[in-house]
Structures are given as C-alpha cells and as structure tokens.
Design a protein around this ligand. Structure first.
Ligand code: ZN
Length: 126
C-alpha cells in the first residue's frame, strides 16, 4: 500500500487552539502544516513531526516550516483527549527558536510534561 497524504484542517484547527491556550508563543502556527496519512507501514506511530533543516531553508530561501502528520489508522481511533495529548507531544518537539530543527525526547518531551500541559489545557478549555 502506498502512503497518501491529505490536508487535515481539523488537526490544524486544534493545533492552533492548543498553541494559543498553552501560550506556545514561539510557535508560528501559520507555519505549522497538518496532514493526515494513510497506508503507513509503521505499526506503532500515531503521529510525527517533520521539520526543515537549515540547508533546505538556505537553498530554497524560505522560512522554516513544520508539518505534523497524523497516521489516520491510529490517530482517528483515539478519543479527543488522547488526540490532544498526541498533538501536545508533537508540538513539544518544536524548539523555542522555531528553527526548523527538533528538540529531543530526553529532557524536553515526555509523558509527564504532556500530562501537565494537557491538564492545563483542559482547565482553560472548560
Ligand atoms: Zn516524540
């Protein structure tokens, strides 16, 4: 099966809300694109974030962009709460400088951080 990508306005909308509610001011949400994929071979991945290395930015003379890809087969089955947690996790990979690169899991992206932010989000949303 081939991987296919579709624009995901629902994910994009939620990402923008999360960025605003959680005050991730360093994230330039117009430059975070959201796609849904089908046909991925990976069995465990629910979502991933794609960045853009400095060399691409330099060669193409463009500003950095990020793409959050949700794997339809797994992401779409989750509850809204779990979807939020997945999106928070992916957003945490974006460094403060919005450079196109990533923050690693160790020290930056872990379940505890995600849970804390998720609780904060819930409070603000309700
Ligand atoms: Zn991760």
């Amino acid at each position: 099966m081939r991987i296919k990508y579709f624009e995901a306005p629902d994910v994009k909308k939620r990402v923008e809300e999360i960025v605003n509610y959680l005050n991730f001011f360093y994230i330039d949400s117009p430059f975070v694109h959201c796609f849904r994929s089908t046909g991925s071979r990976s069995k465990r991945v629910i979502a991933r974030i794609h960045g853009m290395g400095k060399i691409w930015q330099t060669a193409l003379n463009i500003l950095p962009v990020y793409i959050i890809e949700v794997i339809s087969e797994r992401y779409d089955k989750l509850s809204e709460d779990d979807k939020d947690k997945v999106l928070i996790h992916e957003l945490l990979h974006i460094p403060k400088g919005f450079s196109g690169g990533f923050r690693v899991h160790k020290g930056y992206v872990d379940q505890k951080k995600v849970d804390t932010l998720y609780k904060k989000l819930k409070k603000l949303c309700s």
